[in-house]
Design a binder for this molecule. Structure first.
Ligand SMILES: *Cc1c(COP(=O)(O)O)cnc(C)c1O
Length: 350
């Protein structure tokens, strides 16, 4: 730390992204990326867009907003695109939290939430997950604080139903942010409920199901007033937050919805295979509606498994947090990737 670093941030502990080592080629099952390359249409549009990068990007993302409005059946002032969904989540912490509206989220969830709260000097409360790692919605009803819930949750993969989320939304007079980063892998989206409730913000990303993690594109959908507030934040930080190439990648990806749906189907089938094999090898696997599984071996510790697999060129994610220590989060990739994983695990536990 330099002696010039702002007092505000002296105790800030930044988020630690999953490792992206470059020392060798890994079977990468640690950051929930897609095993598939972007849609050919997205690639075509990106190449086209690259020819005009001498111009600033469109701060309103008009072309992408129009495509998304048709796709989701919403109006153009009900959506805001950002540089990854991490950015819209940060905007939501900035826009909808303060001392009177502290942030609330589960104690085990996306590791960025507490960092966003700290970064913005916002008080926050963490509600412990149940013994089976599920969310008890009763604990979120009528608390009138700004609630952040990843659905499905990370790193557990467990999803709430649309009905359960609606119960939380309608019992609170405060903003409820539902982070649907993984919703395309088998959970129910609540985008439709944004028409009915003026306190619901739904965020999604192009990083997982749409194979565009490197393009950094995410968005939020909510009523006009919420989106207007988020735009106030956006235009006060970076009006050109979405670059032209990524914006056009988004248009291509939405137009090629079939490609995304097929890939999600494949990932879900590979998940069934992976769960079956892990259970055969004595793992306890949480019920996942996501493109990853959260699993614990009865033979080997989480950290040991992570380290041993890394030596074999396979990366999975291990979290140091107490309750998660015995577990690993494993991204579901291609069938070949999963077969290689299972073979390597067999060598560890059989
Ligand atoms: C991956 C992820 C995000 C954000 O990803 P971006 O790449 O910034 O769009 C948000 N929430 C959760 C729970 C995630 O796992």
């Amino acid at each position: 730390m330099s002696k010039y670093f702002s007092n505000k941030y002296q105790s800030l502990v930044p988020y630690t992204p999953g490792e992206q080592p470059k020392d060798q080629k890994y079977n990468k099952l640690n950051t929930n990326e897609s095993p598939f390359t972007p849609s050919p249409k997205a690639i075509e549009y990106m190449n086209e867009a690259a020819k005009n990068l001498q111009l600033y990007s469109d701060p309103d993302c008009t072309r992408l907003v129009n495509t998304a409005c048709e796709y989701f059946g919403i109006e153009k002032d009900e959506i805001l695109f950002t540089n990854g969904s991490d950015e819209i989540l940060n905007f939501a912490f900035m826009a909808f939290c303060d001392k009177d509206h502290p942030a609330v989220f589960p104690d085990i969830t996306y590791g960025f939430y507490p960092v966003f709260a700290e970064m913005n000097g916002i008080p926050y409360e963490e509600i412990p997950l149940e013994d089976d790692f599920s969310i008890d919605i009763e604990k979120y009803k009528g608390i009138n604080k700004t609630i952040f819930i990843a659905n499905p949750n990370a790193p557990t993969g467990i999803a709430l139903s649309k009905g359960q989320i609606e119960e939380i939304v309608k019992s609170n007079d405060s903003v409820i942010v539902i982070d649907e980063a993984y919703v395309d892998f088998g959970a129910e989206s609540v985008v439709e409920l944004t028409k009915k409730y003026d306190n619901l913000l739904v965020t999604q990303t192009f990083s997982k199901s749409r194979s565009l993690a490197g393009a950094r594109l995410g968005f939020g959908i909510g009523c006009k007033a919420l989106i207007q507030d988020l735009n106030t934040i956006k235009y006060s930080t970076n009006p050109y937050n979405v670059n032209t190439v990524s914006m056009m990648a988004g248009v291509g990806a939405l137009e090629d919805d079939k490609y995304m749906k097929e890939n999600c189907k494949t990932v879900m089938a590979n998940r069934v295979y992976t769960v079956m094999e892990l259970e055969r090898l004595g793992f306890e696997v949480l019920p996942s509606s996501s493109n990853f599984v959260f699993a614990k071996s009865n033979k080997i510790g989480g950290k040991e498994l992570y380290l041993n697999l890394k030596e074999k060129g396979i990366l999975i994610r291990h979290f140091e947090k107490d309750r998660l220590f015995d577990y690993n989060r494993i991204t579901i990739g291609s069938l070949d990737q999963m077969k290689a994983l299972i073979k390597a695990i067999e060598e560890e536990v059989l």
